[in-house]
Design a protein. Structure first.
Length: 382
């Protein structure tokens, strides 16, 4: 067995260094994961660009919060509590709680404020500084240390990592678009944004019983909007070419959607449009982070009052969404494999992030995966 792990260490904005680390010693309550795959998402782009500094994320550290892999070593206590053993393939939840505070005990461990190791600001993989032992806290590495409070999910036999790597966007879609929106059988869902979470939201809305699913995107998202229709969207709207509010009215017989989910980054106009388009009594779920544009002069509180709308913010997800997400992916009911567009090795992590961000000309990325042991070494394929 290996005794060291190569890892992509972020040392500055948009700068990685490959470094080698000794593998940690595993005792009774922790484990070591061979990282076979890891999904990339919009927050990896923000972290790469240095935009998470305001949240207190500091360098150097190993990013990567969507790791999947194979347990190579596990303590007796951890094996008993997690119900897994060496050789099992698992998906790792990004956030872990302390397990003892009130927030954890009532089941909201993703909101726990006590679990961060001393010196770290967050109890989340990919956000813990290198200085905190045993350093291997991020998925952009050949091996990941699994601390005692980690939440794991066993992967079904034969599920390829390219598909399993969708567990986080799918869990987000299930929590935000299905659970938290209160969507019901027969409802109309309007999904603003056609990225990986928007596309997974089409599936989540369908699975929750939506009868009419509408997805918006930009003209440059044509490949994603086509995929949305393949996944079951009834209609798509190109917002930089069409009047979104008028188009939604046309598509819903003048009524508007019961549920709208905003997944668009930065822009606030989609929220104003969502308020305008919504059915009276409808719900609007706000999930897209707006960064520096996080105030909005076009917001009309009176429209929310008069239409009796519910506005709900959502952030991250937990076991209540991760479990059904993996079951849904494993069911193969939807052609989710079409979301996977790119796989990169560890040395190309910067290129992987640039590709996901749409900064590499000619590459139409939807879901990008990192395979730290190299493309050829991805185990468990279909
Ligand atoms: Zn993510
Ligand atoms: Zn806690």
């Amino acid at each position: 067995m290996a005794t060291t792990a190569r890892a992509a260490v972020q040392v500055a904005d948009r700068t990685f260094e490959i470094r080698e680390f000794d593998l940690p010693e595993i005792s009774t309550d922790d484990a070591l994961l061979r990282v076979d795959a890891g999904g990339l998402c919009g927050s990896d782009v923000e972290q790469y660009d240095g935009e998470l500094a305001s949240l207190g994320v500091t360098y150097p550290l190993i990013p990567g919060h969507e790791p999947l892999g194979t347990i190579v070593e596990i303590g007796e206590g951890a094996a008993r509590r997690w119900g897994v053993e060496a050789g099992d393939r698992v998906a790792v939840e990004p956030v872990f709680g302390c397990g003892s505070c009130r927030t954890c005990l009532v089941g909201d461990y993703r909101r726990c404020r006590r679990a961060a190791p001393p010196g770290a600001i967050a109890s989340a993989y990919g956000a813990i500084p290198l200085a905190i032992e045993p350093s291997l806290w991020g998925g952009f590495a050949e091996y990941l240390y699994l601390g005692p409070r980690t939440v794991l999910h066993k992967l079904g036999a034969g599920l390829p990592f390219e598909l399993a790597a969708l567990y986080q966007p799918m869990a987000a879609a299930i929590r935000w678009c299905a659970h938290d929106s209160g969507i019901k059988v027969g409802d109309t869902a309007l999904i603003l944004g056609a990225g990986q979470r928007g596309l997974c939201s089409v599936v989540a809305a369908r699975a929750a019983g939506a009868e009419n699913v509408i997805v918006t995107g930009l003209a440059r998202d044509a490949h994603k909007l086509a995929l949305a229709r393949e996944l079951g969207a009834d209609a798509t709207i190109v917002v930089d070419q069409e009047d979104m509010v008028a188009a939604v009215r046309d598509l819903t017989g003048g009524e508007g959607p019961d549920v709208t989910i905003d997944l668009t980054p930065v822009a606030t106009q989609p929220i104003a449009d969502a308020i305008e388009a919504a059915k009276p009594g409808g719900t609007i779920v706000l999930a897209g982070l707006k960064g520096s544009a996080s105030t909005m002069p076009e917001f009309s509180p009176d429209r929310v009052v008069m239409k009796e709308l519910t506005l709900k913010g959502v952030f991250a997800q937990d076991i209540r969404a991760f479990e059904p997400a993996l079951r849904l992916i494993e069911s193969r009911k939807y052609p989710l494999e079409k979301l996977h567009t790119h796989t990169f090795g560890l040395d190309d992590v910067a290129l992987a992030i640039e590709t996901l961000a749409g900064r590499v000309p000619g590459e139409d990325a939807v879901h990008v995966m990192l395979a730290p042991h190299g493309n050829g070494a991805v185990a468990g394929g279909a």
